[in-house]
Design a protein around this ligand. Sequence first.
Ligand code: ZN
Ligand code: ZN
Length: 262
Amino acid sequence: MARIDFLGTGNAFSPQGRMHALALIDNRVLIDAPPTVVTQLRRVGVSPGQLQHILFTHWHGDHSFGFPFLLLDRKFLSDPNGEENLEVHLRPRGRKYLSTLCEMGFPGSLDDSLEGRVNWNEEESAIIGDTGWKYDRFPVHHTPETDPHGYEMEHESGFRLLHCGDSGPCPEIESRADKVDVVILEMGMPDIGDFPHHHRPSDVVSFNERFPEAKVLVTHNYAKSPNSKSGFEIPELPIDIVQLNDGDSIEIDDSGNFTVNN
Ligand SMILES: [Zn+2]
Ligand SMILES: [Zn+2]
């Protein structure tokens, strides 16, 4: 059994009813650390000290500014003796970026955490500890200054997932999409212009038509949540595309079959 929880499903602008997008796998592997990450974990009763791995997709604030708060919690609350391993999976430039972020947020307080309590993993392909998951990281089409990437992941059950990070349509996603069970696409912008670094509803629809075998889940949504009053209206997409909301999840059984709870 494995599960993926979408505690937040909003884009950088915090649309009403949505926290910043992240994915939590088996309560111990995190994809991205948005500013609200600790709040999101507390809501579901998961302690930052339970996290064993963090996979970063790129260096935009809505995906990374929560990292200093995770280290702060672990150092002073959830893992004061430094007994729990935290492996951070990232591109080479990321270690300096995250260290600078921690120094800006909590000057002088997290030096020992950064040096002694984090294992930095810069491999492009890795087995994620003893979680039963492994990944290949791949480049995507997003603001180049953020070194944007996605993760092609496989669970020991055989379940395959493409997490595309933040990206507009791109060949790297297309070349991998027909090998996986689920594709998680961001939909960071509405159809009000050209936004090559994000998917718009029209881009999601055409992707879904090209890859009918893969289940397409939409996150990093620009639109308000279903029960919210103001903000961009939720776009109408074909019924087989799932627009994730905060609290939704995927459950995966031992044979790699999956259920989306939406
Ligand atoms: Zn983003
Ligand atoms: Zn971004």
